[in-house]
Design a protein around this ligand. Structure first.
Ligand code: FAD
Ligand code: NAI
Length: 475
């Protein structure tokens, strides 16, 4: 007799494993299938985020920032050291250890929630059946009352610069370099290009970023993007805008990257080339041709606002569906879908998904940027506060950047919060919470913020919206 579950989830990344746990919390019998294999040949839950994305990149970010600060900033604090050295093997061992602990933690969470974590490949067949092929044995058929597809995404590979796992690499390989490349090329000044480019720059690589667009960080507020461009330049990141990669060739120990910019054809010689030009939904082998699931022209699984596919009781969540490719967006979809399957009302507020770019300084925002508000035609007002005027930021020696709040002129509703500066990724949560509760800037203005704290910068920016900043001269 075939196995049966209330819910079968395919994919145990931040979308899938969270959906599985939430469904189990509703008392459902749940299986979560995942085939992820790490470079050591071992299977691990957690998907891209834990194995090759969010977590390992932040582990390296922290190490590289500490190294950089010890080398360049300790002196200002009156701290003297001998020569600050770097042991990249130890750094990478720490990174791998964190990944191992956290992915092991997911296995523990599944078990504690009585979820069957099945290691192997899952394929949705017609009639809500799932074919599960364990890594080392033959396929079996599982019956499910509901199926959640959470198969994630993979890096886009350019035909003109195919990945070879050594010289021309994707973001996963770029997290596992065992030597700091002297000359590093990055194709794409998007989130990955900037985060990984700055990690390796802080560790001593000379980094050149080739970006096809003429404008820098198009998804961010223009004021924030301008500060970011200045900061990255100061850090030595050579970002070449309006530059499109046309070819890349490996010769011996080097990569020759050809690109076109306004002045014509150019060549860049580097030791390693990271290609980070976006990610695509991954659905290879996920759905049988008669399953009834529809993909759009870019390969995303077609879903409605509640992540329902065209097939009854089959849902899809996370990077394999429309919307930003962010772990927290996928997780919230997982919670929503499990609640819907349990018969509850649930939704995801897609208007307030926070974005964070983990560079130094960090960049974070939620809601609309000024260009978008302008385009909407709604009258608005803005207020900004620079970290240079924040006592806490000064004490931290991290005064670059600012907080900007955008609000509607008519009812003072907060429309967007934009931050570049220390701990922006933490500070943005206050903006998200305020917007979730439809707060006005006056609500933030009248909320007590601890002193001295970085959060005071958000308080002051909210006050500045009405020209009432208290620790800065209003316009
Ligand atoms: P994934 O995490 O990709 O998981 C999908 C899982 O499904 C995988 O384990 C895969 O093996 C498995 N799978 C697929 N098909 C099958 C099948 N047929 N059978 C069995 N298993 C299958 N996002 C953030 O929010 N913050 C960050 O700081 C951040 N940093 C990032 C840094 C990097 C370098 C990268 C590459 C990404 C980063 N992201 C970050 C994006 C984040 O990793 C993704 O948005 C997130 O992992 C998507 O979650 P998911 O569950 O949809 O898919
Ligand atoms: P991206 O979409 O952020 O950036 C890709 C960049 O490459 C774009 O600016 C694009 O104009 C440029 N590009 C494309 N083709 C090019 C070419 N031929 N030559 C030069 N430039 C070219 O994609 P990225 O950085 O790969 O990240 C993928 C996704 O992963 C992100 O969209 C994000 O959702 C997620 N992510 C999130 C992180 C976070 O939340 N902190 C961190 C890392 C990734």
């Amino acid at each position: 007799m075939s196995k049966s579950y209330d819910v079968v989830v395919i994919g145990a990344g931040p979308a899938g494993y969270i959906a599985a746990i939430r469904a189990a919390q509703h008392g459902m019998r749940v299986a979560c299938i995942d085939e992820w294999t790490n470079r050591d040949g071992k299977n691990a839950f957690g998907g891209t985020c834990l194995n090759a994305g969010c977590i390992p990149s932040k582990a390296l970010l922290e190490s590289s920032e500490l190294y950089y600060r010890a080398k360049h900033e300790f002196k200002k604090h009156g701290i003297t050291t001998g020569d600050v050295g770097m042991d990249i093997t130890a750094m990478q061992k720490r990174r791998a250890g964190i990944v191992r602990q956290l992915t092991g933690g997911i296995a523990g969470l599944l078990k504690a929630n009585k979820i069957d974590g099945l290691v192997g490949h899952g394929q949705l067949l017609a009639g809500k059946k799932v074919e599960f092929t364990p890594v080392d044995s033959s396929p079996e058929i599982i019956d499910a009352d509901a199926v959640i597809l959470a198969s994630g995404s993979v890096p886009i590979e350019l035909r003109i610069a195919p990945f070879d796992g050594d010289r021309i690499v994707d973001s996963w390989d770029a997290l596992e370099f065992d030597v700091v490349p002297s000359r590093l090329g990055v194709v794409g000044a998007g989130v990955i290009g900037l985060e990984l480019g700055s990690v390796w720059a802080r560790l001593g690589a000379s980094v050149t970023v080739i970006e096809a667009m003429d404008d820098f960080l198009l998804m961010a507020d223009r004021d924030v993007a301008a500060v970011a461009a200045e900061e990255f330049k100061k850090q030595g990141l050579d970002i070449r805008l309006g530059a499109t990669l046309t070819a890349a060739k490996v010769t011996g120990d080097a990569v020759s990257a050809e690109y076109e910019d306004a002045s014509g054809a150019q060549t860049l010689e580097v030791d390693k080339l990271i290609v980070a030009v976006g990610r695509r939904p991954f659905t290879d082998g996920l759905i049988a041709s008669d399953s009834g699931i529809q993909l759009d022209e870019k390969g995303f699984i077609v879903v409605d606002n509640e992540c329902r596919t065209r097939v009854k009781a089959v849902f899809a969540i996370g990077d394999c569906v429309r919307g930003p490719m962010l772990a927290h967006k996928g997780s919230e979809e997982g919670v929503m879908v499990a609640d819907l399957i349990a018969g509850e009302t649930a939704e995801v507020n897609y208007n307030i998904v926070p974005s964070v770019i983990y560079t130094a300084p960090e960049i974070a925002w939620v809601g609309l940027n000024e260009e978008e508000v302008k385009k909407s035609g709604r009258p608005y007002k803005t207020g900004s506060f620079p970290f240079a005027a924040s006592g806490r930021a000064k004490a931290m020696e991290q005064t670059s950047g600012m907080v900007k709040v955008i609000a509607a002129s008519d009812d003072d509703e907060i429309l967007g919060v934009h931050i570049i500066g220390p701990m922006a990724g933490e500070l943005i949560s206050e903006g998200v919470l305020a917007m979730e509760f439809a707060a006005s800037t006056e609500d933030i203005q009248r909320t007590i913020h601890a002193h001295p704290s970085l959060a005071e910068a958000l308080h002051e920016a909210a006050l500045a919206v009405d020209n009432r900043a208290l620790n800065y001269i209003n316009r």
